[in-house]
Ligand binder design. Structure first.
Ligand code: FE2
Ligand code: FE2
Length: 223
């Protein structure tokens, strides 16, 4: 009988590099950040904790949808049903966070969406650790769990970090839409541009850099 990965040792999960151990580490960090937000008085520190939750949750979930759930569908008999359930949770979290990024900080409406998004993230963590990942653990050996861990991590590090209505939940559509949006998100994060700011703000910097490169090339050709 498959058992939750919540209580197992790291060795039982296939070592620090296995996808199971990596998942649990991220889930613990999400829980820590959500608790931090709940404990922190409204203001800059609370907003920073919320931003960290969003960036971690979205890159984590994108890598799950790109690498992990296809592997679950291939190797677990009821993988289709299990992954549809977590994809539905991901979609609801996506919609709630899109609202959160649009609403004014401190408004009751936004606090309500944050509470609902956090509750769904906690539900998603339980479904993955108690139902889905134990089935994957039974179905594939430790070497495969580590290979999946490396692939999942590679995608996670370059994934979009904010909600986007245009990204489908399944490959190959999510990869096609996700790559350019990831560049866009990470530019905004690096420059500290708010997700509610108009898109031209984030595009202005790479646009200006591109214009500078084109001008420099044209100038060199004329000499
Ligand atoms: Fe997860
Ligand atoms: Fe998830």
């Amino acid at each position: 009988m498959a058992r939750t990965i919540a209580q197992q040792t790291e060795e039982q999960l296939g070592g620090a590099d296995s996808v199971l151990a990596r998942q649990r580490r991220d889930h613990r960090e999400m829980t820590r950040l959500m608790d931090l937000y709940r404990r922190t008085a409204p203001g800059e520190d609370a907003e920073r904790a919320l931003k960290d939750v969003v960036q971690l949750v979205f890159s984590h979930a994108f890598a799950e949808e790109s690498v992990l759930w296809p592997a679950v569908r291939r190797s677990v008999p009821d993988g289709e049903e299990l992954t549809s359930r977590v994809e539905e949770e991901h979609q609801q979290i996506n919609d709630l966070v899109a609202d959160i990024e649009r609403l004014a900080p401190g408004s009751p409406e936004r606090e309500d969406r944050i509470a609902r998004a956090f509750a769904l993230i906690e539900e998603d963590i339980r479904d993955e650790e108690d139902l889905l990942l134990p089935r994957l653990q039974e179905a594939v050996d430790t070497a495969a769990q580590r290979r999946l861990g490396a692939a999942w991590e590679a995608v996670r590090r370059t994934a979009p970090t904010h909600p986007h209505p245009v990204i489908p939940r399944r490959p190959p559509g999510n990869a096609v839409a996700g790559v350019p949006l990831s560049v866009y998100d990470r530019t905004r994060d690096a420059l500290g541009i708010s997700p509610s700011a108009p898109p031209w703000k984030a595009l202005a910097v790479p646009g200006a850099l591109l214009a500078a490169v084109v001008l420099a090339a044209a100038w060199r050709r004329r000499r």
